[in-house]
Design a protein around this ligand. Structure first.
Ligand code: ATP
Ligand code: MG
Length: 322
């Protein structure tokens, strides 16, 4: 087995902005503007950042439901950046997505058996009878009852529906699951049940996760490493312990100061960032964060910092740490 499951290099996604009756392209929303990272088999990478920073767009490019504008994605040793047609369908089985709102992604007119069994049948992985057995097994794996398979999505609670979404993702034996705000809509007590389920499944099925969330506490619970995005850029990437005890990018520091209770030893001050996130259609020159950075220097307005390994696998794109 390769020691890297996923290699993302310089990934970009620019959405055209069209205007006027001729719908001419007058600019681009730079939703993702240079994201690179690796993921090991069995690893969980958390991706955090404020709304609109490009987390979902990154996830959707990796899932190949959105075509990257630039960059490359190598999955399990195969360059999947430009795959299409039957080759793409064949590899897609190996990566699955779990969404924030399972209700919206579960067809209300289909029974749970059909919802979970469909990918098995479509991919010729099972006949009807085998699919029925597998669905029963999967339901028990995710903490539901085999008998639930005859029921419909509206008969379940939010947390149960998320279990169904997870069972459906697991049906095709994927290697990677991208979970986009998978627990954000759930009550806090249910959130931890689903997170614990995902942790257990990861061990049982040797899964890797990309866990997208704006919630730093949730990401801390589940991740091995954490990546921070700001305005389409990955600005920091570090092992979990490193990240939460020693965040280096001023943006990460401000996010953590606002989100988590500091430990007594750390006595962090709450940092309130000035101003709004700039428009991704017109990002600032130099460091994307310089317009709001409490520690901005002249250089930050001119040169964009690149990701640098400062030791212990801790990468940061910041002139303070160049
Ligand atoms: N299909 C699209 N067409 C045009 N712009 C888009 C499209 N999808 C996303 N965007 C823009 O790209 C940027 C990044 O969006 P994205 O959904 O990736 O952010 P996000 O980090 O997932 O945010 P959230 O936390 O709110 O889910 C936003 O400015 C968004 O408006
Ligand atoms: Mg999103």
């Amino acid at each position: 087995m390769a020691d890297t499951l996923l290699e993302v290099r310089n990934l970009k996604k620019y959405f055209p902005i069209r205007a006027g009756v001729l719908k001419r392209t007058v600019g681009h929303v730079k939703a993702v503007n240079d994201v690179s990272f690796d993921l090991k088999p069995g690893e969980t990478l958390g991706i955090v950042g404020e709304s609109g920073c490009g987390k979902s767009t990154t996830g959707r490019m990796i899932m190949r439901v959105l075509d990257p504008t630039e960059g490359s994605i190598v999955f399990d040793g195969e360059d999947i950046t430009k795959l299409s047609g039957s080759k793409l369908r064949a590899i897609r089985r190996k990566f699955q997505m779990v969404f924030q709102d399972p209700y919206a992604s579960l067809n209300p007119r289909m029974s749970i058996e059909d919802i979970i069994g469909e990918p098995l049948i479509v991919n010729n992985l099972a006949n009807r009878k085998q699919a029925t057995e597998r669905v029963a097994q999967l339901l028990e794996t995710v903490g539901l009852r085999a008998d639930d398979r005859a029921r419909y999505p509206h008969e379940f609670s939010g947390g149960q529906r998320q279990r169904i979404g997870i069972a459906r993702a697991l049906a095709v034996n994927p290697k990677l699951i991208v979970a986009d705000e998978a627990v954000s809509a759930l009550d806090v007590s249910i959130q931890s049940q689903i997170l614990n389920l995902m942790v257990n499944l990861r061990k049982e099925f040797n899964l890797s996760y990309i866990f997208i969330s704006h919630n730093l506490a949730v990401v801390r619970h589940i991740s091995d490493r954490v990546g921070v995005m700001y305005l389409g850029n990955l600005v920091e990437l570090a092992p979990k312990g490193e990240f939460y005890s020693n965040p280096l990018h001023p943006y990460s520091v401000s996010l953590l100061s606002a989100a988590l209770e500091p430990t007594r030893k750390q006595k962090r001050q709450r940092i309130i960032l000035k101003g709004d996130v700039p428009s991704p259609a017109n990002p600032p020159k130099g460091c994307p964060f310089h317009t709001r950075c409490p520690r901005v220097m002249d250089e930050c307005r001119i040169h964009r910092p690149v990701m640098k390994d400062v030791g212990n696998g801790h990468l940061v794109a910041c002139h303070l740490h160049a």
